[in-house]
Design a protein around this ligand. Structure first.
Ligand code: GCU
Length: 682
């Protein structure tokens, strides 16, 4: 049933436009594969299969250049000397994972060369070339040099060993631990292929709330089997390291990072892992956060913990991704300030193979958060971005929300830490402070649902994450278009309205859940649906009332200089903008200010009326999405059409639920009627 869904953005449908088809047929006559590695085989197979499907042809893969208009694939070292000379300059433009796609003349015959420094670059080049064909771009005079701007482009699976997925809404974990290592589900290959096609080169298999058992030999042999599948696709395997593992599975009395027996235990563990998996990527660690064990249990700090693990993997080229997602009930004045306060003093103290992984915002993957103040504030420490692809706070896999729009907004935020144009993207790609170790992590939205991600449009979030990890400066609109053309249709009558729908969908969810800077008012625990009234949880900062602080005077969290001074964690230019009610962007208003109900918004509305109208706008936007979708029915296969239609119906119902619940609740504080234009709750 879900065959189309399953194929993701690699549908490779036959090109139905006769003119375009004949142009492509004229430019592609053969495939020449010069290399024999496992990765090179994947490249030639993919090219052969995809081109024959899209061009409805029977091109075969040869190992020698014969015909004109061949696509010649192979890394730099296997190219014919004359071709290599022609490409010399281009090859200086790319790094180890980059690629060149170029139309050349070789012995007076027109050819297309796809090359790179390594076979993995060639594979990325092949996918990039196929994307041109999938999106109906001209291929007559190609001259492309492209390379990833970050080193670690990685999915974080929050997958447990019992196959449940924390915050996963697309079924159970793909990893079938019970059948591994001997049974290799073909899905592992398809997973690797999908990731390689968008440049993802790492995967953390296990939940950050880690189980030490994954580090036992029984599990490591299963991890090894997965690593063997992923390797030719350029994907390294990483694991989460439970800090107390030396006690739980090592029989030690302590996990103190300064204890010699503990240090040695991790060193031996690293040796054991690398013996099985020579290219093991390293560890991702959540320590002293939300009850997880960590160095602070022993009076040590994050630096002690991270460096101890870093020393264990360093001899093998491994890294440690140490998460900065920390907050504590003992300093509950403003949770948003805690990670910065705890980590910034450690700047410059971590080992070279440690990278600190920071969520995009200071609270927790909300529909909208200002960028995390740590970005740009630790110039001597590599920081990597952690985005959440799974929609924990954004309607799970039920709501259509195109996340690259959110990712882009964060990446293009200006930290001003080194003056104007100190973009978050520049922190992440290392150019702001000259870091070599760089990365972007995305908390995966993948499970064993037939369509991988639950919502057909959630596939776009996986796709878009990969594209932005490759190049954090890409435009989310361009990415949406690529994805739609490769996944659904090239028909402009489909592309134009659906692209608009995708790009608006993020603002829609902000409007019907948390407009004007509201945040963390989802019902607690599961985080689905509204719960602004919840106030009875044991830790103050788990309660929604802590975040909106609605009262008779107004609503919002005062993080200005007069309040908790969270604004003070930003560079002065940014701090002043946020601090001043007049200059603070209205989209972040209630994040930074407690604002009176009668406050005049820029559009002349009072805050109360403006807030109510935003909720209504969100509902109206979902309604528009429903209409848009209905109108493109003829361009979509019936199964995916129905799925999306049903999901949009739920989303509409729930947008109204959000509006009514929040407005009725906040109304008891504002004491005001709903303005005209806002539907009355029924
Ligand atoms: C959120 C999420 C947890 C997760 C945590 C983390 O709080 O609700 O499930 O473990 O983030 O990122 O560590």
């Amino acid at each position: 049933i879900a065959q189309k869904d399953y194929k993701l953005w690699m549908q490779y449908d036959k090109i139905s436009n006769a003119e375009i088809l004949s142009k492509y047929k004229a430019s592609v006559n053969g495939i020449v594969s010069l290399e024999n590695s496992a990765t090179a085989k994947i490249s030639s197979n993919e090219l052969e299969m995809a081109l024959n499907a899209m061009l409805d042809s029977k091109i075969e893969v040869k190992s020698k250049i014969e015909a004109e208009n061949s696509i010649i694939i192979g890394s730099e070292s296997v190219l014919d000397a004359e071709i290599r000379t022609q490409l010399q300059k281009d090859l200086t433009l790319i790094n180890e994972e980059g690629f060149i796609i170029k139309s050349i003349l070789f012995k007076n015959k027109k050819q297309i060369v796809i090359t790179g420094k390594k076979d993995i670059g060639v594979l990325y080049g092949v996918y990039s070339f196929l994307r041109l064909v999938q999106t109906h771009q001209p291929i007559e005079n190609l001259n492309i040099a492209d390379a990833p701007k970050t080193n670690i482009r990685i999915l974080n699976h929050w997958d447990n060993l019992d196959r449940t997925v924390e915050r996963g809404y697309a079924g159970f974990s793909l990893w079938n631990w019970q059948k591994l290592p001997d049974f290799i589900d073909h899905r592992y290959v398809d997973y690797a292929r999908a990731n390689a096609s968008i440049g993802i080169n790492g995967t953390v298999l296990t939940n950050v709330n880690a189980n030490a058992l994954i580090l036992t030999p029984q599990y490591l042999e299963k991890v090894e089997a997965l690593a063997n599948v992923f390797r030719p696709y350029g994907i390294k395997v990483y694991l989460t390291a439970r800090f107390s593992a030396p006690i739980e599975i090592g029989g030690l009395k302590t996990a103190d990072p300064k204890d010699v027996s503990v240090m040695n235990w991790w060193k031996e563990k690293a040796k054991e892992i690398y013996k099985r998996i020579p290219d093991f990527g390293g560890f991702l660690v959540k320590a002293n956060s939300e009850g997880q064990p960590g160095p602070q249990n022993y009076g040590r700090d994050h630096v002690d913990g991270a460096n101890m693990l870093a020393d264990a993997v360093a001899p093998f080229g491994g890294i440690v991704m140490w998460r900065a997602f920390v907050y504590s009930e003992h300093d509950a004045n403003d949770r948003a300030k805690q990670a910065y306060a705890e980590f910034v003093p450690y700047d410059g103290k971590f080992r070279e193979n440690v990278i600190v992984q920071v969520k995009n915002g200071a609270i927790d993957f909300q529909p909208r958060e200002p960028f995390h103040p740590m970005f740009g504030a630790m110039p001597k420490t590599p920081l990597m971005m952690e985005f959440q692809i799974t929609q924990e706070y954004l309607g799970f896999s039920t709501h259509l929300v195109y996340l690259p729009k959110l990712f882009q907004e964060v990446l293009e935020s200006d930290t001003y830490q080194k003056g104007k144009n100190s973009l978050v993207a520049k922190v992440v790609d290392g150019t702001l402070d000259n870091h070599k170790l760089t990365g972007i992590a995305g908390v995966s939205n993948i499970g064993n649902d037939l369509n991988w991600t639950g919502h057909p449009f959630a596939q776009a979030n996986w796709y878009g994450f990969g594209r932005l990890a490759w190049n954090p400066y890409l435009d989310s609109g361009v990415i949406a278009e690529e994805w739609m053309r490769a996944t659904f249709s090239n028909d402009e009558k489909f592309i134009n309205p659906v692209k608009e729908m995708m790009l608006k969908s993020r603002e829609a969810v902000v409007n019907y859940m948390t407009p004007l800077g509201l945040h963390h008012i989802m019902d607690t625990g599961h985080h689905y649906g509204p719960g602004p009234w919840v106030s009875n949880l044991s830790r103050p900062e788990w309660n929604p009332v802590y975040y909106h602080k609605a009262d008779k005077n107004g609503i919002g969290f005062d993080r200005s200089k007069k309040g908790t001074d969270a604004v003070g964690q930003y560079a002065p230019t940014v701090a002043n903008i946020f601090d001043n009610l007049k200059t603070c962007p209205e989209k972040d208003l209630l994040w930074f200010h407690h604002v009176p109900w009668n406050y005049k918004l820029q559009n002349g509305q009072t805050l109360w009326n403006g807030l109510a109208l935003k909720y209504q706008e969100g509902v109206d936007q979902v309604k528009e999405m429903q209409t848009t979708w209905k109108n493109v029915k003829q361009y979509v296969d019936p199964e995916r059409f129905d799925e999306v239609e049903m999901l949009l119906n739920i989303q509409y119902k729930e947008a109204k639920w959000w509006r009514d619940a929040c407005l009725l609740y906040f109304q008891q504080f504002s004491g005001k009627e709903l303005p005209d234009g806002v539907e009355k709750p029924t």
